[in-house]
Ligand binder design. Structure first.
Ligand code: ADP
Ligand code: MG
Length: 243
């Protein structure tokens, strides 16, 4: 589904360029999930933006379903840290923004997804009238509204309190099972990576390279946090990050 070959990305012009990503290779089969974890500033967002078609590789190649990525694609959704809601638009308008931009609204709308996420009753409210958790759910609704086959998430749950974060992680897991999208999650949070990633790529500090790949076959259940395997995998990821 997603193939990343020898990806290198520099910022700035040749001569004074800063290398952010230095030879990253991975692939992700359809419907699977992958977490990218690494220290702050290592190049995680850069990798994700390249997959989203927002940033051209300096060297290397990215393909999705066999086609080279040359720009944003309809079947790829991106969720950013603060949900990216427009404060002057209602929940309904915010959730339908991607469909509006793609010209599919009002033929298609986010109604069913808002129902699924329990947001129908607040559809006429503005973001300022919502809790943080609800705001994130509106961002998720927007991403799901186009029925993407690839979901890219850049620290989508940063700065949420622990319980809200876990509740939304549970929601992501359920949506991943039900909608079947391939998931690439960028995070600096070990618990989040281990709860949501079937495979965890641990990155070095900048420039990002792959330090280790941690397999996490036990993930997938809502009760995974209770299992010894979850704890052991977290310990393993922590060791690699620190080592
Ligand atoms: P992460 O998401 O892992 O925190 P980023 O991918 O955002 O890291 O950034 C990786 C590195 O590239 C950082 O050191 C950052 O300072 C640098 N960087 C990011 N964007 C730019 C830019 N537009 N110009 C120059 N350097 C940048
Ligand atoms: Mg980032």
């Amino acid at each position: 589904m997603i193939e990343v070959h020898s990806l290198k990305i520099d910022y700035g012009s040749p001569g004074t360029a800063v290398r952010a990503v230095d030879g990253v290779d991975f692939s992700l089969a359809r419907g699977r999930s992958l977490a990218l974890i690494g220290p702050s500033g290592c190049g995680k967002t850069t990798i994700l933006f390249a997959i989203a078609g927002l940033l051209p590789p300096t060297e290397g190649k990215i393909t999705i379903s066999g086609t080279p990525v040359t720009g944003p694609r309809r079947d790829v959704a991106l969720i950013l840290q603060n949900a990216g809601l427009l404060p002057w638009k209602t929940v309904w308008q915010n959730a339908n923004l991607s469909l509006l931009l793609s010209g599919d609204y009002p033929k298609q709308d986010a109604g069913a997804v808002l129902d699924e996420l329990g947001l129908s009753e607040v559809r006429n409210r503005y973001p300022a009238e919502l809790s943080e958790g609800m705001k994130r759910r509106v961002g998720i609704a927007r991403a799901l509204s186009t029925a993407p086959s690839v979901m890219l998430m850049d620290e989508p749950l940063a700065s949420l309190d622990t319980l809200t974060r876990e509740r939304i992680q549970d929601l992501f897991l359920t949506l991943w099972h039900e909608h079947g999208f391939s998931l690439v999650l960028v995070t600096h949070d070990i618990e989040e990576a281990v709860f949501l990633g079937q495979e965890i790529l641990v990155l070095t500090g900048r420039p990002a390279r792959i330090k280790a790949v941690v397999e996490n076959p036990g993930m997938g259940g809502l009760d995974y946090r209770e299992s010894p395997e979850y704890t052991a995998t977290m310990r393993r990821v922590r060791e690699v990050l620190e080592g």
